[in-house]
Design a protein around this ligand. Structure first.
Ligand code: GAR
Length: 203
């Protein structure tokens, strides 16, 4: 890893995970900096957070392309232009395609608000609540071609409380998720990592 690892962060919404990374990167000892933030839609708080931090942004919207493959290629080129060491999907609500995975294989992370392999997809907190689990959490993983299936970097457990609704549970998960993301990305940036089958080792 270089002295300061280059992060490109992808967002689709409020960007609180992005904000946690931006805040951590303000300390040079953290070992990483956010060099760009990309999104699949305009007018989201995630992009505003990047702009306030003086970080370049780009938007690649699926409906602006003739096919999903063209969109994927455009997103790949936009990210690659910033020469990232790590790409962090932080609430990015799109699956990337083959081009993207081929270009950033082994160095794209995603954070998911459930304990994999439970509750993959877009509704992790709601599905955990509906199932009635007593413990759920968040998972940071290296992206592969599946839906939230990649090798696991870190997980954090979060209790489900009796009075929870989807929003309160997701907020509790997100607080733990942000801390896990900041801790893991910092360790990866400072000490490197390896992926051996399904096993990820930091340092
Ligand atoms: C996070 O909880 C993230 O895990 C989730 O969206 C939230 C984004 O929050 N992602 C998914 O559900 C993807 N399957 P943020 O925009 O405030 O960082």
């Amino acid at each position: 890893m270089p002295a300061s690892a280059r992060l490109v962060v992808l967002v689709s919404g409020s960007g609180t995970n992005l904000q946690a990374l931006l805040d951590a990167c303000a300390d040079p000892a953290y070992g990483a900096r956010v060099v760009a933030v990309g999104a699949d839609r305009d007018d989201i708080e995630g992009l505003a957070r990047a702009e306030r931090a003086g970080v370049p942004t780009f938007v690649r919207r699926v409906p602006d392309y003739t096919s999903r493959e063209h969109w994927d290629r455009a997103l790949t080129d936009a990210v690659a232009a910033f020469e990232p060491d790590l790409v962090v999907s932080a609430g990015f609500m799109k699956l990337v395609g083959e081009d993207f995975l081929a270009r950033f294989e082994g160095r794209m992370l995603n954070t998911h608000p459930a304990l994999s392999p439970s509750f993959p997809g877009m509704h992790g907190p709601a599905e955990a609540l509906a199932y009635g689990v007593k413990v759920t959490g968040a998972t940071l993983f290296v992206v592969d071609g599946g839906i939230d299936t990649g090798p696991i970097v870190a997980q954090v457990a979060v209790p489900v409380e009796d009075g929870d609704d989807q929003a309160s549970l997701h907020e509790r998960i997100k607080a733990a998720e942000r801390a896990m993301l900041v801790e893991s990305v910092g360790r990866m940036a400072r000490a490197g990592w390896s992926v051996d089958g399904r096993r990820v080792r930091l340092g």
